[in-house]
Design a protein around this ligand. Structure first.
Ligand SMILES: NC(=O)c1ccc[n+]([C@@H]2O[C@H](COP(=O)([O-])OP(=O)(O)OC[C@H]3O[C@@H](n4cnc5c(N)ncnc54)[C@H](O)[C@@H]3O)[C@@H](O)[C@H]2O)c1
Ligand SMILES: [Fe+2]
Length: 428
């Protein structure tokens, strides 16, 4: 019997990253590195974290297990192509057989890129997502990488993505491949005790956006079936597996994000948000994000003079979570009609209560706006220094993110992006 050809996708790939979660997990780092056969690792962190006790615990654990360390602490917060290249140059000279990253998404992504370019040296554009890069496949496996997140957070320990600001193009983009996914994530909520409130808020909204966008993405069954299983995209679209992780992440954020932002001593709340970050990383690692992240890459790339509180950066930057969430209320109104039941569900999980299908977009936008005000997020793009004159450049930057826009529940072209950026100028 010949199999029936399917025009649309019928197969779902469920990738489960290997993650250890819990207080004290960081003290198991050395043992895990040794078990992977590592004798000398390149340890990536940032200059601020390098002085904190948490990174010292990581170093101690590695040393106690007899693992040598070559440390790179010059990771740039919100990395760029130049900072990725500098890290790769360090990695090439480090004579390490594996990688450890201890830090937020900026650090973990930098270690992924350093591992890639040290293992398979190539002109920088080679592996970068099209259309800005060539989008070439990574030729083989990378060296082992243990990722230890210290923000709650990007979920980068679970994903095969490394994001950077491509400075010549004034826009963020990334490298995406299953081969970039860390070998192991070590997620220890102890790290969050030193996190400044603005970082908890901004990285918490990144988590929220990962879960919301993955949950409301175009269902995987609406994507064309790939020509061969080997080219099935990493971002498959909304699916029952990632939905499980996203719903629980959103429930935890609805219950704990405000508490986690406002009280560094609230261990239960900070641990719950850290767990939500990892769950959302699993969700978006399998489903993929869409319009708010696509818009965010344009916003961050076009930064004017905004310098955020709480970040140890010596340059103007819009923190990633902030750049994403400012557009999320406008996008919620736009996408709700494509999946009203899912938008209602998210609104409810964020405390809006149950509403009718035709109220779902407004209710979700209102719930997001309330949570943003309660955690001192900026009131839209204008508060970050953008004006209406920036809209064409923002649209161009977001329109280049075709990988993300293709994952949106509604067709999103330049006209829709223009309306969305205008709507995102002021939120309340
Ligand atoms: N690869 C992915 O899947 C993925 C997903 C989402 C975001 N990202 C990227 O991750 C980056 C953002 O990462 P982030 O939000 O985790 O923040 P970050 O790594 O940029 O760090 C933010 C700030 O918090 C400080 N910090 C980090 N941990 C701390 C701790 N425990 N105590 C005190 N200070 C601490 C850092 O020094 C820095 O000043 C962006 O470039 C974004 O595009 C990647
Ligand atoms: Fe993100």
């Amino acid at each position: 019997m010949t199999p029936t050809p399917h025009e649309h996708e019928t197969v779902l790939e469920m990738e489960a990253p290997r993650v250890k979660f819990g207080r004290g997990a960081i003290d198991e780092l050395g043992c895990e590195a040794a078990a992977l056969g590592l004798r000398r690792v390149a340890l990536f962190t940032d200059a601020h974290l390098a002085r904190l006790e948490f990174v010292e615990r990581a170093r101690r654990s590695l040393r106690a297990a007899g693992v040598d360390v070559a440390e790179f602490d010059r990771v740039r917060i919100e990395p760029t192509d130049a900072s990725f290249r500098e890290a790769a140059a360090f990695a090439r000279g480090a004579r390490a057989d594996g990688y450890v990253s201890v830090g937020g998404g900026s650090v973990i992504d930098t270690a992924k890129a350093a591992n890639l370019y040290a293992t398979y040296p190539a002109p920088f554009e080679r592996y970068v997502n099209a259309p800005l890069g060539e989008g070439a496949p990574i030729p083989g496996p990378l060296a082992p990488h243990i990722a230890c997140p210290t923000t709650s957070g990007t979920g980068s320990e679970c994903t095969g993505i490394a994001i950077f600001d491509f400075e010549a193009h004034d826009v963020k983009t990334g490298i995406a491949s299953r081969r970039l996914r860390p070998t192991l994530g070590v997620v220890d909520p102890d790290a969050t005790r030193t996190l400044p409130a603005p970082v908890v808020a901004s990285s918490g909204f990144d988590v929220l956006a990962h879960a919301l966008e993955s949950f409301t993405a175009k269902p995987y069954t609406q994507r064309a079936r790939p020509a061969t299983p080997l080219v099935r995209p990493l971002s498959q679209g909304a699916n029952p597996y990632s939905d499980l992780a996203c719903v629980e992440a959103l429930r935890l954020l609805g219950a704990f994000l405000e508490r986690a932002v406002h009280d560094a001593r609230d261990d239960d709340a900070r641990e719950a948000v850290m767990y939500a970050a990892t769950l959302a990383g699993i969700g978006f690692g399998n489903a993929g994000v869409h319009v708010p992240h696509g818009m965010a890459y344009a916003v961050a790339g076009l930064v004017h003079a905004f310098v955020p509180a709480g970040y140890e950066a010596d340059h103007a930057m819009v923190p990633h979570g902030m750049s994403v969430i400012v557009s999320a209320p406008a996008v919620a109104r736009f996408t709700a009609s494509a999946a009203p039941a899912k938008h209602r569900r998210v609104a409810d999980l964020l405390g809006a209560g149950m509403v009718r299908d035709d109220e779902a977009g407004e209710a979700l936008a209102a719930a997001l706006s309330r949570l943003m005000r309660a955690t001192a997020m900026p009131n839209g793009l204008r508060a970050l220094g953008y004006t209406d004159a920036d809209v064409p450049a923002l649209v161009a930057g977001a329109f280049a993110q075709q990988r993300l826009l293709a994952n949106a529940p509604r067709p999103t072209g330049e006209a829709e992006l223009t309306t969305l950026f205008s709507d995102a100028m002021t939120i309340w």
